[in-house]
Design a protein around this ligand. Structure first.
Ligand code: AMP
Ligand code: MG
Length: 350
């Protein structure tokens, strides 16, 4: 595995690796992706193999200009209202953390879409991602660069630790700015949210009107039940999980949790952390030499900052050797709802 920088010469090298059918991990504004040429079935197969990802879990195809959308999606069947909604979404949120699920072109390999008649497409805003896509094949299938079901990587080091031996190249672009994955939105037959993410439900509804909420945990996809666990496998009940058991608490419940030095604590804000009655069952205060096990996602209580830190702090707690992680929920608004969604799926009790 070679590690490359964000220099133009290195991005060109990485693009050549992608063009030759090999895999490149690269930064996007959401999390790091594990990229493969979207039209090369051998490369796609390797993505599933390396991640241990089930074949029923389709990939997001990343593009870097709107012309590429036509190679992947076919919107001939859209009526004027859907067309208008699609244009509004593209104008407002692309490039950015919104993935659109659209009817696919026949040429898109079934492996990329898990046999579904639709393809998920995203136009990332991260300059490295955009340059890499443009210099390679223009359409790069990229799931998050983590073993299936585990925490998503928000730094290159997270990938070196887990997939380092099985991929060809990593571009180190520093930490990701959004920190949670993209929002996944299906447009037909009606707009429906398949995964909460970097664009909030409020932002979507303000722009295109009512969006159906997902009850994906209960429903099954458009194809056979036994093949598809959920319409969008990002909605699998257990996902984005650290190896250490995670318990999710309300903000109020977290304030009265007894302190145990073998356990980890993840607070939303400094205010919430300070309102915690941080005592052991016997009434003792914690040892100040163990600060790495009590973390705060955003000192100021800013949900955007909290989202950007989420996976990194979960990685730190996961590696710290604690026996379990206690996390508190964020205010359920804007990107806070996406963070809560990831915490719920990462937790042992749903
Ligand atoms: P990730 O593996 O983190 O890149 O997540 C990709 C997400 O997009 C998963 O939740 C997929 O299930 C979802 N997705 C990709 N393609 C489709 C599709 N055609 N229909 C519904 N969801 C999709
Ligand atoms: Mg993923």
């Amino acid at each position: 595995m070679i590690k490359l920088s964000d220099s133009p010469a290195d991005i060109e090298k990485a693009a050549d690796i992608l063009k030759s059918g090999r895999l490149v991990a690269f930064p996007t504004e959401t999390v790091y992706g594990l990229g493969a040429d979207a039209f090369n079935t051998f490369a796609l197969a390797r993505v599933f193999e390396v991640k241990g990802r089930p074949r029923f879990d389709p990939l997001i195809i990343h593009i870097a200009n709107l012309d590429a959308l036509e190679r992947i999606a076919c919107i001939d069947g859209f009526d004027s209202q859907r067309r208008k909604q699609l244009n509004l979404l593209i104008d407002s949120f692309w490039p950015g953390p919104l993935t659109l699920v659209l009817p696919k072109r026949r040429e898109v390999p079934d492996l990329a879409t898990a046999g579904l008649p639709t393809a998920a497409v995203r136009f990332p805003s991260h300059p490295i991602a955009r340059n890499l896509i443009t210099l390679s094949t223009g359409a790069v299938a990229a799931p998050s660069a983590n073993p299936f079901g585990r925490l998503s990587p928000s730094r290159a080091e997270h990938i070196i630790d887990t997939l380092g031996n099985s991929i060809d190249c990593i571009i180190d672009g520093g930490p990701c700015s959004v920190g949670v994955e993209s929002t996944v939105l299906e447009l037909l037959p009606v707009p429906r949210l398949l995964r909460l993410g970097g664009i909030s439900m409020e932002q979507l509804e303000l722009l295109i009107g009512p969006v159906e909420k997902n009850n994906a945990e209960l429903e099954c996809g458009p194809v056979k039940k036994e093949q598809f666990a959920a319409p969008s496998p990002g909605m699998l009940q257990s996902h984005y999980a650290p190896q250490t058991p995670l318990f999710l608490h309300s903000q109020k419940a977290m304030t009265v949790l007894p302190y145990n030095e073998k356990e980890g604590y993840l607070f939303f804000s400094a205010k919430n952390r300070e309102s915690w009655n941080c005592r052991t069952i016997a009434g003792q205060l914690p040892d100040n030499n163990k600060p790495q096990t009590i973390l705060t996602l955003s000192e100021e209580g800013n949900t955007t900052e909290a989202a950007a830190n989420l996976f990194e702090y979960l990685h730190i707690l996961d590696k710290s050797g604690v026996t379990c992680i206690h996390a508190e929920t964020l205010p359920e608004e804007g990107i806070g709802a996406a963070v809560n969604d990831r915490l719920r799926r990462a937790s042992v009790i749903h």
